[in-house]
Design a protein around this ligand. Sequence first.
Ligand code: 5MM
Length: 345
Amino acid sequence: MDIQALRATAQQLVAPAKGILAADESTGTMARRLESIGAESTEENRRDYREMLFRTVGASDYVSGVILYDETIRQKAADGTPLVEVLQAQGVIPGIKVDAGLTALPGAEGELATQGLDGLRERLAEYRELGARFTKWRALLNVGPAIPSSYAIEVAAHGLARYAALAQEAGLVPIVEPEVLMDGGHDVERCEEATEALLREVFRQLAVQRVALDGMLLKPNMVVSGSSAPNRARAQEVAERTVALFLRIIPPAMPGVVFMSGGQSDDDATTNLQAIAVAGAKAEAPWQLTYSYGRGLQALPLATWAGESANVKKAQRAFLHRCRVTSAARQGAYEPAMEKELAAV
Ligand code: 5MM
């Protein structure tokens, strides 16, 4: 394992002012996204939409890497250039989602497990050939009155560490994504409790399976209230709980935490990241705190594009705007007044 190379890539991905674009929606998820704007989910439409994002001039000032899906890493832009090369030409690092989605966890009602370990070593080698330099695997825990169970937590952490060890062996930086799902009416304490249990087990398994923490990144949820909770925690509380929890658990050797937006609105994802950046700086957090947003960066450009080629420029301005404000938040420099900038372009 070339740990120097892994460390260099991990550090590049969390470079100052930058973060990651998650564009790794599987075909089913992408179909739902396209349906939401009245567009058909054809291979060409999926390509056109992602090409629009990847060719946004200036976005590479804020986006260090893009997580791709299997279809996208093999796709060519309309002019025949591989999409991977479109990214590389701008100094953006291509990454790839390598889990194969979720399935029911046997014997655990309402709980899920991630699939995709079979044949992973071979798939990783192929993705490296195709240009990927980092990877992502997502484990998901639902929150309910009696869940997550310690069984689901162990299975999730074990899979994440198995994947991470294989990714490092293949020369790819693993992004380890343990998600406590925001869906539900649970309060912020419950999210914190589940996130703590999950992260503790994840770092235990990473150690057992000999993953080099300095050559990986963590993609967690923020500590937030459930999406239908009656009194949702505000940004200040989200930030204080998230940073304090991470300081208790995450070793300083790891270069960065790249948050998901995790179903928050793009406004909330920005405001909470801003508060986290401020709290992290105050606590002298030893890792970079930045973004690996899917919906948090894409909601506005997707709606603006609406499946029409005539809207490409406008949608690119919307994407660039979300990249700018999210980067500002990551630096603790976001102000709500920045939202007016979009109307001015
Ligand atoms: C949790 O979702 C990840 C981050 O995106 P958000 O910022 O929108 O939460 C994202 O990378 C996610 O893992 C993929 O989009 C999931 O795709 P599939 O289709 O596999 O669920």
